[in-house]
Design a protein around this ligand. Sequence first.
Ligand code: ZN
Length: 155
Amino acid sequence: MTSPDALRLIPGAAEAIRILNERSTKAIVVTNQRGIALGRMSEADYAAVNARLLAELASEGAWLDAVLHCPHQAGTCDCRKPAPGMLERAAREVPGATLEGAAIVGDSAADVETGRRLGVTTVRLGKPASGEPSADHRAPNLLEAVRWLTGVPSG
Ligand SMILES: [Zn+2]
């Protein structure tokens, strides 16, 4: 996505983040943005999309403790998922964040692989392809994932 106007929060996403906020659990986004390396978008384009994300969450009373992105081409860095660099950086730089007890929730095999490399709990959103590394849990969306992780019931 290169335009903030294309950004839509998935239903329940803000509620999911709010559950984490209310429990003082760190909510951190780690995102591969190879489009920057490929010249499909600039750092400024990405920053504008991210600012819109934060504003949309704020309008629903939710916030992120950090957003980290990898702007690099595949195979050129230690932070593009499934490399663990962004999670390690989050644990190092975000006050109160730790890998111990952490979980990664994502909609790709790379997200699951990232978590497995660090030994954190993994939750795969959506339907995995055959042959993917299996996650600790599967959920249809972020809200259900957070409910499973936190033990907060539905409704
Ligand atoms: Zn990177």
